[in-house]
Design a binder for this molecule. Structure first.
Ligand SMILES: N[C@@H](Cc1ccccc1)C(=O)O
Length: 502
């Protein structure tokens, strides 16, 4: 039979009676273990050998484990210091024993926790008594550390688990493969094998020289076990953002662009938010020190916005009658919502004057100095959107949300009237969490007020919203904590394996 060189070598090295480890054959034949493994599977496919596998667990001391193995476990040090100080008869102050035992830093807590767990004694109001019935020389965990130092293995699984939990050992698993010759393998060897020179990869040389036409290629074994490769991957939240964009484009929306750092004028003043609104104070806002201010705001617009803030617009409207400071409006901050992009677009600042009908959206970051918890981070992605038309009603708003969220399997939506300085009526939007069954807030919306639209010189209806991308993802994926979805605490396994479904 003709076989490629590695397969020929592995077949010759295999035995019918004893299993031979792949690593052993690799060392003997001067081949890489991966090549020998591949050849072994190929030979198994030809029924010439069988490949068996078992998992080998190895246990190694961590740095901390090694230290305790040489010095002693902190709880033993404490116990021995206590015995020496006579704590079997009378309580001794803990402070003194810590000094005697030479414990400091984390070792003190470690000593105390394990001292109590092992029944070495009691600590009560800073006084230690030892239990004379226990002796530290029989400490099973200490004995296990000693065994490991001597290269032995631990038979008692519960002790191993305990020292593993304490971080004193590192356990690793390795699949060991071994080969055995089959009857057919023996026959083949007896009949004699010839080595063929097969090629396992196509190179530019083979192509340019034309040699590829004459060589024999190694069969490709798609079932061979291969090491797992972790390649780069789009973040699940980014995938959800992309999907949101696709859905909105499908609904006839265009994407808005605009600055992340913007003037309060675009973030707040254009939205008829009074300058003393709580969201505008430093509590909620990440302000920019340098440059501190924006220069180019159209002065006629500034004037109209200021007038609206002072007096309102039209006959039925009231302004705030409170001070309005242009300098304050020019200050820069990380936008607390992406509605700054909406105000820039409606004012004609971004794309020039817009005539109805129009539909715009963005899926961009907004920043708020919030308290961190399961539904809040300091930054989040806001799905901003607005529709401009001659006439719009709450029905249009609700219908748009129903259609949008349906694409993500979110069908149980609730609307709650709320207040925004820039919309009337306004609605908070809630969705039901698939795991906890709780209603969670997923957005805020409304129809822009004349006090906002008039200074921007928009004379038709505009409905608008800001929805949270992370919350949408939590409802769609069932994640219960925003910190599991994105940010520094997110689990790498989640990033590697989460499938974005909709
Ligand atoms: N800016 C609002 C969302 C919103 C946008 C547009 C209209 C109404 C509400 C928020 O951040 O919560």
């Amino acid at each position: 039979m003709q076989l490629p060189p590695t397969q020929a070598a592995v077949l010759k090295a295999a035995d019918a009676q004893t299993k031979r480890d792949v690593t052993e054959i690799a060392a003997e034949t001067d081949e890489k273990p991966e090549s020998v493994t591949r050849a072994a599977f190929e030979l198994e496919d030809r029924d010439l050998i069988t490949v068996s596998e078992h998992v080998e667990v190895s246990v190694e001391l961590t740095e901390e484990g090694e230290r305790y193995a040489t010095e002693s476990l902190p709880e033993i040090a404490l116990y021995e210091a206590a015995v020496d100080a006579g704590a079997a008869d009378d309580p001794v102050a803990l402070g003194r024993l810590i000094g005697d035992a030479g414990l400091d830093g984390d070792a003190v807590d470690i000593a105390l926790a394990n001292f109590a767990r092992k029944g070495y004694g009691e600590v009560d109001s800073g006084e230690v008594t030892v239990n004379p019935a226990v002796t530290s020389t029989e400490d099973a965990e200490m004995a296990a550390l000693d065994t490991l130092v001597e290269g032995g293995s631990i038979e008692d699984e519960s002790i191993l688990e305990e020292i593993d939990r304490r971080g004193l050992v590192e356990r690793s698993e390795r699949t060991v493969r071994a080969v055995t010759l089959t009857d057919e393998g023996i026959t083949t060897l007896m009949e004699g094998i010839e080595t063929t020179e097969t090629i396992d990869r196509l190179t530019p040389d083979l192509l340019t020289s034309g040699e590829w036409e004459d060589v024999e290629f190694t069969d490709y074994n798609v079932e061979a076990e291969a090491s797992e490769k972790q390649s780069g991957r789009k973040h699940p939240l980014r995938q959800t953002a992309d999907r949101v964009k696709d859905v909105l484009v499908g609904m006839g929306f265009q994407e808005m662009q605009g600055p992340t750092v913007d003037a309060d004028f675009w973030i707040h003043d254009c939205l008829f938010m009074p300058q003393d609104h709580p969201a505008r104070t430093h509590w909620d806002r990440f302000s920019i020190e340098n440059p501190g201010k924006i220069d180019d705001i159209p002065s006629d617009l500034v004037e109209r916005v200021e007038t609206a803030h002072h007096e309102g617009v039209g006959q039925d409207s009231e302004g705030y009658h409170s001070p309005w400071d242009e300098d304050f409006a020019r200050q820069l901050a990380l936008r607390g919502h992406t509605t700054s992009l909406t105000s820039r677009h409606l004012a004609g600042e971004s794309l020039g004057d817009l005539e109805p009908p129009q539909r715009f959206f963005s899926v961009e970051k907004a920043y708020r100095n919030d308290e961190l918890d399961e539904t809040h981070l300091l930054e989040f992605y806001q799905i901003e959107g607005w529709v401009m038309a001659e006439e719009l009603s709450v029905r249009d708003l609700m219908g748009t949300f129903t259609e949008f969220y349906e694409q993500f399997g979110i069908t149980d939506l609730r609307f709650k009237p709320t207040y925004n300085p820039y919309t009337e009526p306004s609605f908070e939007l809630f969705g039901r969490h698939p795991e906890t069954d709780e209603l969670i807030e997923i957005g805020n919306s409304g129809l822009f007020r004349p006090e906002m639209l008039e200074p921007l010189e928009v004379d038709c209806d505009v409905m608008a919203w800001g929805l949270a991308l992370e919350r949408l993802m939590m409802l769609a994926s069932g994640a219960e904590d925003i910190r599991d979805v994105h940010g520094t605490l997110v689990d790498l396994e989640f990033l590697r394996t989460e499938e974005v479904t909709y």
